[in-house]
Design a protein around this ligand. Sequence first.
Ligand SMILES: C[S@@+](CC[C@H](N)C(=O)[O-])C[C@H]1O[C@@H](n2cnc3c(N)ncnc32)[C@H](O)[C@@H]1O
Length: 247
Amino acid sequence: MKCPMLMAKLKERDITKTIIMPKSKRHKYERVKQLPNVTFSEFGISQSPYLYPWYDNRYESMEKVLELGCGKAEHSLAFAADNPGNLYVGIDSKSPRICVGAEKAMDKGLENIFFLRAHIERIEQFFIEHSIHQIWLTFPDPHPKNRSIKNRLSAPQFLDAYASLLIPGGTVFLKTDSELFYTYTQKSVELWGGRVIAKSDNIHEADDHPLYARNIVSAFEKAARLNGSPIKYLAFQLTPQMYTPFG
Ligand SMILES: C[S@@+](CC[C@H](N)C(=O)[O-])C[C@H]1O[C@@H](n2cnc3c(N)ncnc32)[C@H](O)[C@@H]1O
């Protein structure tokens, strides 16, 4: 029988995967540990959020943007290149994916992007309350089964966390190919007491949707489009309006 506590620890440290994964992935597990732009969360260890690199004095005046479940972080990399005055943090639980994004950031000389390997369930441990301007959910796993609805990144406990991290009027953006996740998120935001400020059922069809959301296409999005899935987009707020993203 598997001990749940031990399995949780192994999962947190990615040890379960290192045992059975292919060599190329294993190399990324090793390489990512050497990268200066990647922070790891260790099981059971927490520190004051002020000590994380994104709160260094030199970034104090920069708007902070999180990409949750960033994968290889195509969106954050493109945003960071276009907006040198903003600071981006890509967060994912999978080291090999983070490794790809973090190495690309270094190759491109981007100094306004960090990566955090952590589970989003723990996000409040890494950021100060009301210090984040935008949160991006880029193609989150839809968790279609009833028993895993609580894992959807727009379930109420995640909205609570986002509301506590966002500045007043800060915005959450969603891109998804999942009709289920798109519909669920609108309902979840409404029940929570937030408001949808923009939406599109097919971001690549209408011209009136922001280019920043449309022009960046991750590998995951490309595959979804090849399958004929329309890409849906939402922007929503969970706090009073005081800030307008992108002017
Ligand atoms: C479908 S992929 C999308 C990746 C990327 N955003 C894109 O657009 O290509 C979902 C990503 O979310 C990450 N993820 C899912 N649940 C997570 C969680 N609870 N904490 C951290 N990462 C998570 C997965 O590891 C995966 O990289």
